[in-house]
Every structure is written in C-alpha cells, then in structure tokens.
Design a protein around this ligand. Structure first.
Ligand code: NAI
Length: 484
C-alpha cells in the first residue's frame, strides 16, 4: 500500500520531516539504494563514516580485482614464449601495482560521489547511530547532527572475523583489508581459510611470487561449490605452487624468533598435530560478520537473526520495526555486493509503496581465482543432496575454439536442467571468462528458459559463450562439438 506521507517529487512539505529516507552506510547496498530512491523522487540522506563505496569498492571486490589483473598481465608476460612473443627479465613492481590498484579505487569512489551528487542525495560524513525510530545521530570528530527521516535503511555491512585462538592478533597477522595495504610483498604467507577470500588472495600472492600455504578446516577448499569445480581450482592452485592443507584446524599462532608467525595446526577430525608452519604474514580469511557496532539497533529493539547475528528482515527487507529496513551484509544473508544492491532497490520500492520482494533463486556467485569460477541457481551437488532429479549438460572449454586461441582451455560449463521440461534451474562455469559468462546463465535461470531455447539461440563464433550453447545442446540432445 502506498504510504501517503512519502514525498515523491516537487517541494517538501515544510511541516514534514526533512528526509523521506535516511540510509546508514554507503556501500553497494546503501549508495545504490540512495541513487535509486533519489531517482524515484524521494529526498534521501546517506550517512557514511568512511569513503562511499563500502567494503566492495574500497577494501574488497574492486582492489582485489585490480591486483588480479596485475597477476594476469604478469603471468601472460611470463608465458610470452607460448604465444610466440619474446620477453626478458619480466618483473613485478609491487609498489606500482598497488598504486594502480589505489588509482582504480579512487577513480570509482569519485564516480560514486559524483553520481550521488548528481542525483541530489545529501551525503553526510560521520558515524550514524539510530536514536529513535525516525532520528539518526551523525557524529563527526567534533560535533553531532540529528537527522530526521520517515524511513531508515541500515546498510552498515560486515567486518572480518578472527579466530578465538592464542596469537590471532599478533603483528604478523593480517586480515583482507590489511592485505590490500601491504607496502611490500612478503616472502611467505599462511592463509587461514580456503573460502572465497582465502583462495582469491592465495592466487594473487602466489602469482606475485609469494610462497603461499592455505589451511582449510573442511575437507576441501571452496566448499560452497560443487566438488568438480573446487577440484579444478584445487589442481590449478597446486600448479601455481600453492600448498593446501585440508581438514586442518589452526590451534595457535606464535611469534617466531625472526618476527614471523608460527602457525600450529592439527587434523580437524583426529586431532593429530601437523608440523608447524612459519610465514612472514598470516592472513586470516575465516569469514565475515555483520557490522552493528554503534548503530543503535539493539537499543531500539531491532531483532537480530539467531544464526547469523545479522539484522532480521523479511523478504521486503523490513525489520521488526515498520519504518526501518536493513540491506546487505548487515542482514547476515548472502554477503555479496550485487545482492546488497538488489536488496536496496527492493527496500526503496517498499518504502515508496510499491510491493517488492527479494527472490534469491538466481543469485550469481563470481570467484576470481585462476581459473575463474561462477555459479548460479541450484547446483548439481545440491540437487543430489535434496533428492531433486536433474539432467546435466556439460561442455569442456577444450572443445571451444576461442578458449584454445586464448591458450586457456581448462575448465567447463555445466547446466542443470529439469529432466521433464528442460528448464535450466542452475549452472556453473570454471574456466576463462567464467565470471562474465555467468550472466547468460543467470538470465536463463531467472526467466526459466529451457536448454532447447538456449540451444536454439544463435551465439557468435568464435566466442566463449559458445561453451554455454554446447552445454545446452548437451542437456538437450547432445553437444555438437563433442564426440561422446
Ligand atoms: P568463507 O565463509 O567463504 O570462507 C571461510 C573459510 O574458512 C571456510 O572454508 C571455513 O571452513 C574456513 N575456516 C573457518 N574456521 C577455520 C579454522 N579454524 N581453520 C581453518 N579454516 C577455517 O568466508 P570468507 O572467504 O572470509 O568470505 C567472507 C564473505 O565474503 C563470504 O560470504 C563470501 O561469499 C564473501 N566474498 C565474496 C567474494 C566473491 O563473491 N568474489 C569475494 C570475497 C568475499
């Protein structure tokens, strides 16, 4: 139902509160919600204690991808001879690579600031704290301003967690933020956690010449993915010189004689101790938790989710308090930038009286390891575990002309379909361009396209998406460029 107190377009009623929406936190959740809300004519204030863009832009997705690009260029130059080129004395200048990364980040931050400005979003720098249901106190170092709004969106994000073990906070221990601020390349690094962050950094640092060891608690790395996908990356990691210990639990970190971190770990099931590992840096990548510090949520009686510790929301992103919404990592759900942005749009729609709900059936996951991995919808392993009958169409990049010309023929595309209807309910890609290719599969899953419809769509030749076309044929009546 439309909330007639909402100001949409025109001049504000001076008797009403100053803002329609106050958003606390300017990451990909908050800033997208702000721009979208302003575009719909609402008066929006965005409160951010740091620079706009949040973790993703400043300390996550973007800076890591800028460094991934450096490793790609370096690797290609090292392998120049494979492509008939000559290159000698190829070296990484870590300082310049980091400076480039910083330039990419600051360029994007400026872009976001200018978008907010162009859409007439009021941006207030400072720490936002909810003091009542319609008031946010914004604190800077020397003063506090009270901001009134009819609706509030909490979008304060998440922070890295640390293990509750001795030595976890030693000088040699870093988190993902500090890893992106290193001034010099360490000679060696132990990464605790073989999840998304751990493996992306493992490839970055190993490719730059750091001796990397990953310690993962579960029996395989990237356990959120199908076995065949994580196995592909496991093999590639080994080839890149990354040592991986699985089913391994870190018990303590101590300072060694030379200032290095000495990591003690044991078998996660038997408890048998492994030989200790020493490294110049120990990167903690064991997950993130919702960031609720000083936001005032608990004081206002905003309910939290028992399992994630994040703010509990319904599928309209509304909290238990009618005019307060929460989006992004702070909800403790899928901690992905693009999910946060989408949740922001859903929250604003509901605030502006348009019923809108989150639909998580087609959320793509993009992981920038080497090779890249991406997945969407129901996976083959998940279908098996849930007893859902599926037909899987698979096609290897080894049969794709473009992949062969790129010299990147490792990996495959996999489509998961309903056997009776052929509807594509999930898919994954491991290999060249995986994180871009997932777009087509996401569209298919979201709109319940069938393998036949994709197979009957003309795909340009020679391109990587032809591997999706062939996987669709494989699920339909058999791949054309595969002798099976
Ligand atoms: P994660 O949950 O993906 O991985 C943490 C890993 O640490 C797990 O595999 C876990 O088994 C392991 N672990 C936990 N305790 C351990 C112990 N004591 N010893 C050894 N291993 C232990 O969390 P991660 O990688 O920190 O990422 C946090 C969030 O950020 C995730 O939700 C992730 O999806 C998101 N993210 C997504 C990215 C992307 O989509 N490209 C990039 C970076 C982060």
């Amino acid at each position: 139902m439309h909330d007639d107190r909402i100001h949409v377009g025109g001049d504000l009623d001076p008797k009403s509160a100053a803002y329609d929406i106050a958003i606390v936190g300017g990451g990909p959740g908050g800033y997208v919600a702000a721009i979208y809300g302003a575009r719909q004519g609402a008066r929006v204030v965005l409160i951010e204690k740091d620079t706009p863009g949040g973790t993703c832009l400043n300390r996550g997705c973007i800076p890591t991808k800028a460094l991934v690009r450096t490793t790609e260029v370096y690797k290609t130059m090292q392998e120049a001879a494979r492509y008939g080129c000559r290159g000698e004395n190829i070296q990484v200048d870590f300082g310049r690579a980091m400076a480039r990364k910083n330039r990419v980040v600051s360029g994007l931050v400026k872009g976001v600031e200018s978008l907010l400005n162009k859409h007439t979003v009021t941006v207030l720098g400072g720490w936002g704290r909810l003091v009542d249901r319609e008031t946010v106190a914004v604190k800077t170092t020397d003063h506090e301003t009270l901001v009134k709004a009819r609706h509030i969106i909490i979008a304060t994000g998440s922070e890295p967690v640390s293990l509750p073990i001795p030595g976890a906070l030693g000088s040699y221990t870093i988190d993902s933020t500090q890893a992106l601020e290193l001034q010099e390349l360490p000679s060696s690094m132990v990464i605790i956690g073989g999840g998304v962050i751990g493996m992306e950094f493992a490839f970055i640092f190993a490719r730059l010449g750091v001796k990397v060891t990953v310690i993962e608690y579960l029996d395989r790395i990237l356990s959120l993915l199908d076995h065949d996908l994580s196995q592909e990356v496991f093999r590639s990691a080994r080839t890149a010189g990354i040592k991986i210990h699985t089913s391994a639990k870190v018990t303590s970190i101590e300072e060694g004689a030379d200032g290095q971190g000495v990591v003690a770990f044991e078998h996660a099931v038997t408890g048998e101790a492994f030989p200790e590992l020493s490294a110049e840096k120990v990167l903690m990548a064991v997950g993130r938790r919702p960031f609720l510090e000083g936001v005032g949520a608990a004081e206002l009686g905003i309910e939290l989710d028992d399992s994630s510790g994040g703010i509990r929301v319904d599928d309209r992103m509304q909290t238990n308090i009618e005019n307060i919404y929460a989006i992004g990592d702070v909800t403790g759900q899928l901690m992905l930038a693009h999910v946060a942005s989408h949740q922001g749009i859903v929250a604003v729609d509901n605030i502006l009286g348009q019923h809108s709900v989150m639909d998580y059936r087609a959320v793509p996951n993009a992981i920038f390891t080497d090779p890249e991995i991406a997945a969407v919808g129901i996976s083959e392993d998940e279908a098996k575990a849930r007893g859902i009958a599926v037909k899987v169409g698979r096609f290897p990049f080894a049969g794709n002309g473009k992949a062969l010309t790129l010299g990147m023929s490792r990996g495959f595309v996999k489509l998961v379909t309903e056997p009776d209807t052929g509807i594509i309910i999930g898919g994954s890609v491991v290999g060249p361009g995986a994180t871009d290719l997932i777009g087509e599969i996401t569209l298919a899953v979201q709109h319940r396209l069938t393998a036949r419809q994709v197979a009957r769509t003309i795909h340009a030749h020679p391109t990587l998406p032809e591997a999706i076309l062939e996987a669709a044929w494989a699920a339909e009546s058999g791949a054309l460029h595969l002798a099976d």
